[in-house]
Design a protein around this ligand. Structure first.
Ligand code: ADP
Length: 458
């Protein structure tokens, strides 16, 4: 097989040889040919060389263009997804090399297509058989995909290519989707549809063009168990509260009736009954508080407060228990700090942290409440100069009923539920809480709360 260059070269040489050969014949025969024929001979030579030039160029050009058109057809077929037959060109090296590389590209593409198709099939099978409903929406608000687990009551089946306003059946979901697509924001939504409860997570994929993916999880069973648990805790707490309150009442009456001496057994026993019934009442109240918070739907009502005013208002209550240990409450709050909180819960949070700070600090120490703005949030700190917390306990003190020193906690009247309630309240406000502490030096409980209530994850 020759290269195109050598084909042109060889053809040119043969052409020149033929021309020189015919030229020499004409030159030598010039003497024997009469003058009239000379012009005829010259014309013949001229036409012959023209014809030969044209023939040669035509041959070379058609040879190349035919093969190029073969290659073009093949590339067009590949473009249309038809990987069909291989092309074979076997007389021009450059074109044959080009054809071979197009053939191998076509083979490689065909294999990649097969792999892609099988991956797509696997992916579709997986999506279709997912327990969760999955749907995709384009930035122009059209449904691109939905699997069969998407509840009909939320999105009508077979809504592909339809606008969400025509296919989404639930008004709350539609508003949520419109709002999140317009702002390209991700988010979560809890929904109730008929007797079922759903959680929708919405993601914005940073592809080009941007794509939105929603995942719907049926939370009905979980919610029913939670409701059952809440009801159980609520009724158990109410049932317990009545007998405990009457035990306390009887113990107080008995105390008044027999008026025991200070160092008598009777006084010690009655004091223990009163102390423990108080603690049990607090535990029951804390359990009720947790149960109420877990059903935060009706419970959580954030409103705007001016932080300094709010803390100054509860200072009287704080001073009430700090006086017992001659401790001082210091307030270091930036002016004009406003934030959205549920008043009852936030007061509970502050009082709980300050009460702990007081309980676990010696007399004559300071407890400081600090607050300052940090970007779009507020950093709060409750700082004490108390006994501190060993590092191994730091990660666990927010767990329910976790107490470092049971005896000390009992003496201070602790239930072991205080910090878990505080953490729950912080979570309800979409905030974060952590603690830094050094043994015998003191602890700092640090909370970060978003200012804007729109950032609350409901
Ligand atoms: P309790 O009702 O026992 O105080 P909490 O949940 O409020 O329960 O706190 C859990 C444990 O964390 C407490 O038992 C105590 O040991 C420790 N703790 C809480 N606050 C402080 C603090 N300011 N200083 C030292 N230890 C603390």
């Amino acid at each position: 097989m020759r290269s195109f260059f050598s084909q042109v070269l060889v053809s040119n040489w043969i052409f020149l040889l033929i021309l020189s050969f015919t030229g020499s014949i004409l030159f030598f025969s010039e003497g024997v040919i009469s003058g009239d024929y000379k012009i005829f001979l010259f014309m013949f030579y001229f036409i012959f060389s023209l014809f030969l030039t044209f023939h040669l160029s035509y041959k070379l050009a058609t040879n190349v263009t035919e093969k190029l058109s073969l290659i073009e057809k093949k590339t067009m077929a590949i473009n249309a997804g038809d990987f069909g037959n291989l092309i074979s060109i076997d007389n021009t090296k450059e074109l044959s090399d080009l054809a071979n590389s197009i053939n191998s590209m076509s083979e490689r593409l065909q294999n990649q297509f097969k792999d892609l198709n099988s991956e797509k099939e696997k992916f579709n099978f997986l999506l279709e058989n997912l327990k969760e409903g999955v749907f995709a929406i384009s930035s122009d608000k059209k449904i691109l995909f939905q699997n069969s687990s998407v509840p009909k009551s939320l999105i009508s089946p077979n809504s592909s290519a339809m606008n969400i306003s025509d296919s989404v059946q639930n008004k709350k979901l539609l508003d949520f989707l419109n709002q999140h697509i317009d702002s390209s924001f991700e988010g979560k939504l809890h929904l109730e549809s008929g007797k079922r409860f759903y959680k929708v997570k919405f993601y914005a994929l940073k592809s080009n063009p941007i794509l939105f993916i929603g995942i719907i999880t049926d939370k009905t069973e979980e919610r029913e168990t939670q409701i059952f648990k809440e009801k159980f805790v609520q009724s158990a707490s109410h049932e317990l509260k009545t007998p405990i309150t009457s035990i306390k009442g009887y113990a107080e009456t008995l105390h008044q009736k027999i008026n025991p001496k200070n160092d008598s057994h009777e006084k010690r026993f009655l004091d223990a009954i009163l102390r423990n019934s108080d603690r049990m009442i607090r535990i029951v109240d804390d359990m009720l508080m947790i149960s109420k918070m877990e059903s935060h739907k009706t419970f959580f009502q954030p409103e705007e407060i001016e932080l300094k005013d709010f803390i100054e208002q509860i200072q009287l209550t704080v001073d009430g228990f700090l006086q017992l240990k001659n401790q001082k409450f210091k307030i270091e709050i930036q002016d004009d700090l406003k934030l959205f909180v549920d008043l009852v819960l936030f007061e509970h949070l502050v009082l709980n942290l300050v009460q702990n700070a007081s309980n676990y600090s010696p007399e004559n120490t300071d407890i400081t409440f600090k607050a300052e703005r940090f970007e779009n949030s507020i950093n709060l700190e409750v700082v004490d100069q108390g006994i501190g917390i060993e590092e191994i306990h730091l990660g666990r003190i927010f767990e329910r009923f976790y107490r470092i020193d049971h005896d000390r906690s009992r003496k201070t009247g602790g239930t072991g539920l205080g910090l878990s309630i505080v953490k729950h309240i912080v979570n309800l406000h979409s905030g974060k809480i952590r603690v830094e502490s050094k043994l015998s030096e003191g602890s700092v409980f640090k909370i970060n709360l978003p200012i804007d209530k729109n950032e609350f994850i409901v």
